[in-house]
Ligand binder design. Structure first.
Ligand code: PMV
Length: 336
């Protein structure tokens, strides 16, 4: 199933920039939304350059995301500021950012990276997708490259796989691609607005995850027998969700997205050693969703590599859903 190649991120960066100059301007800025997958990305065919084994499909979280400003500085080291506070360059988060900048900048250029994330930081939700997409856009602006969206999507993918879907508002599909250099593995926007569509964050726990998504994917692909059926599952689910979006059929999209998330978690549970991100409160919330659905309310959930739920419903059911789940962070991806 694996098609590991030896192409490096640096080589892909070279392909993307295609000889463009690396002379910085005085300032570069980028802003990108977070995204939640309705059909999940789980498993890589190439770990070095984040190539997925399957396609995936997401919805962007509108106003929730990251904004980053880059400025060249005359200093020995970069400066990384997150939500107004300087981050220790030895931290994992800062190391990932510095390594990413190194792929694209000329040797010796130091930068001040000022990033703001409107995703509730304490929520423990993955912010890397919007973070790397905003960083890719800020680099493109700083150097004046004017890369095409598709190339910016590939560029963001090098930071974090799911970041390639954060280049667009609304629904987006990440095409898995087949090439070993990954130049055909990028996200494309899906046409169509769905103003009544709602996705809401239900926070269960903000504690750090026991296993990061990189390691969890690796372990699942290597040890879960159930994972062998995942690519076929995704092929069916993604077609179903695409059709559901085209028909504005919440039931079809919600049912499929929920099943897809549960199937992904099943492959994790089937891994050795098992990976279980759920807390008792996650299970209680799932049961509450099922109970409401049995009573006729159209509400569904999805979950990522953590204990929190994301509820999916339509605006007409907002009051009822929000009454049953106090403290929801509600997102209207297509505006109110
Ligand atoms: O892009 P990463 O490495 O943070 O992985 C994201 C994995 C999931 O959030 C669980 C699924 C997805 O498609 O976003």
């Amino acid at each position: 199933m694996k098609s590991e190649t030896n192409i490096s991120k640096r080589q892909v960066a070279g392909l993307l920039l295609d000889g463009r100059a690396r002379d910085p301007g005085t300032r570069g800025q980028g802003r990108a939304p977070a995204n939640i997958a309705l059909c999940k990305y789980w498993g890589k065919r190439d770990e070095a350059i984040n190539l997925p084994l399957t396609p995936s499909l997401s919805v962007a979280l509108g106003e929730l995301g990251a904004e980053t400003v880059l400025e060249p500085i005359d200093a020995a080291d970069d400066i990384f500021i997150l939500n107004g506070e300087e981050v220790d360059l030895r931290s994992e988060a800062a190391r990932r950012v510095v390594e990413y900048l190194d792929l694209f900048r000329p040797a010796g250029l130091r930068l001040r990276v000022d990033s703001r994330s409107s995703i509730p930081v304490a929520a423990g939700l993955a912010s890397s997708a919007s973070g790397f997409a905003a960083l890719a856009l800020a680099l493109d602006d700083l150097f004046g490259w004017r890369l095409a969206r598709r190339d910016l999507s590939i560029m963001a993918r090098l930071g974090s796989g799911s970041a390639c879907r954060s280049l667009y508002s609304g629904f987006a599909e990440w095409l898995a691609g087949e090439r070993t250099d990954g130049m055909d593995s990028y996200a494309v926007p899906l046409a169509g607005e769905w103003p009544a569509f709602r996705i809401a964050l239900l926070m269960i726990s903000t504690a750090p995850k026991p296993v990061g998504s990189r390691e969890a994917m690796r372990r699942t692909v290597a040890s879960s027998e159930l994972y062998r059926s995942w690519p076929a599952r995704v092929a069916g689910d993604i077609a179903e969700i695409r059709a559901g979006i085209a028909a504005r059929d919440l039931e079809r999209v919600g049912r499929t997205a929920e099943g897809n998330a549960l199937a992904m978690h099943a492959t994790m549970i089937d891994s050795r050693p098992s990976i279980l991100y759920w807390k008792p409160e996650s299970v209680a919330a799932m049961e509450q969703v099922w109970k409401l659905r049995a009573a006729g309310l159209k509400v569904f959930f999805t979950m990522d590599a953590g204990p929190n739920l994301k509820l999916i419903y339509e605006q007409g059911d907002s009051a009822e859903v929000e009454r049953n789940f106090p403290g929801l962070r509600v997102v209207a991806p297509f505006g109110l």
